[in-house]
Design a binder for this molecule. Structure first.
Ligand code: ADP
Ligand code: ADP
Length: 227
């Protein structure tokens, strides 16, 4: 299967006062299927912009983004995005939150429910399946969000600082779980962070960026033993 190919990608925002901000300039990148790649850099270097363009949620100004052989587009079944603050429905159970994309995409609920139970197991949420999400801690909510992202079996998982609102301990624990899940499922994963140790711990490669304009300054191959 083809990976993700980014060529000469630029993004210029028009600002409210009539000015322009070059958020990304001339990004070239090839990501292999199954790779875990982190985007690392200070606030404002364009990490979120890049992830949203790959997700098809934001148009680029110039260049091309190819995801598994087709141009980036929203609403694809083969990709899922996870944000810093999970958007969950508080009056729904954990299981029904996880099944939400299945409803939206009109997929078969029976096979998806079996998959959801596997994911509950993998994210250590089995005993909470019928709880309402408002009963859960922040860390557990992000696990629900992760399980929901994986329920449609997406080949591509996009994560925009998913654990950065959590305390250090919860964050470290979730990173260990994410690394294990990646080992097990082997999904192509793009992970945005400004935390160096997190990027190195999780990734096969780390793309280092700098702001104004957002450019790739280095790509580091990480060769750490996996947990
Ligand atoms: P990061 O995720 O690395 O913090 P962002 O992608 O959020 O960076 O932002 C990159 C740059 O683009 C920043 O300088 C930011 O101020 C600017 N920017 C982001 N969104 C907008 C917008 N909607 N309008 C104008 N400028 C924006
Ligand atoms: P996390 O560190 O993942 O955010 P917490 O440290 O807040 O989770 O919770 C630790 C443990 O507390 C959970 O693994 C769970 O066993 C228990 N717990 C949290 N919320 C509930 C709940 N609503 N009902 C029962 N047990 C809970």
């Amino acid at each position: 299967r083809e990976g993700i190919t980014i060529q000469s990608l630029s993004k210029v925002y028009d600002t409210a006062d009539g000015g322009e901000v070059t958020a990304l300039r001339n990004i070239d990148l090839q990501i292999q299927p199954g790779e875990f790649v982190s985007f690392l850099g200070p606030s404002g270097c364009g990490k979120s912009t890049l992830l949203h363009i790959i997700a098809g949620l934001l148009p680029q100004t110039a260049g091309t983004v190819d995801v598994f052989g087709t141009p980036a587009a929203p609403g694809r079944q083969d990709s899922a995005i996870m944000l810093q603050t999970p958007v969950l429905f508080p009056w729904r159970s954990v299981l029904d939150n996880i099944l939400l994309p299945v409803e939206i995409l009109g997929l078969d609920r029976t096979s998806a429910t079996a998959r959801a139970h596997e994911l509950l197991e993998l994210t250590h949420l089995t005993e909470f399946a019928q709880k309402n999400v408002w009963e859960l801690s922040g860390g557990m909510r992000q696990r629900v969000s992760l399980a929901r992202a994986l329920v449609t079996d997406p080949a591509l998982l996009l994560m925009d600082e998913p654990f950065s609102a959590l305390d250090e301990f919860t964050r470290e624990r979730l990173n260990i779980e994410l690394a294990r899940l990646h080992e097990e499922l082997g999904r192509t994963t793009l992970f945005v962070t400004h935390n160096i140790s997190e990027a190195v711990f999780l990734s096969d490669r780390v793309v280092c960026m700098r702001p104004r304009p957002g450019e790739v300054i280095d790509i580091i191959d990480v060769d750490l033993p996996r947990p």
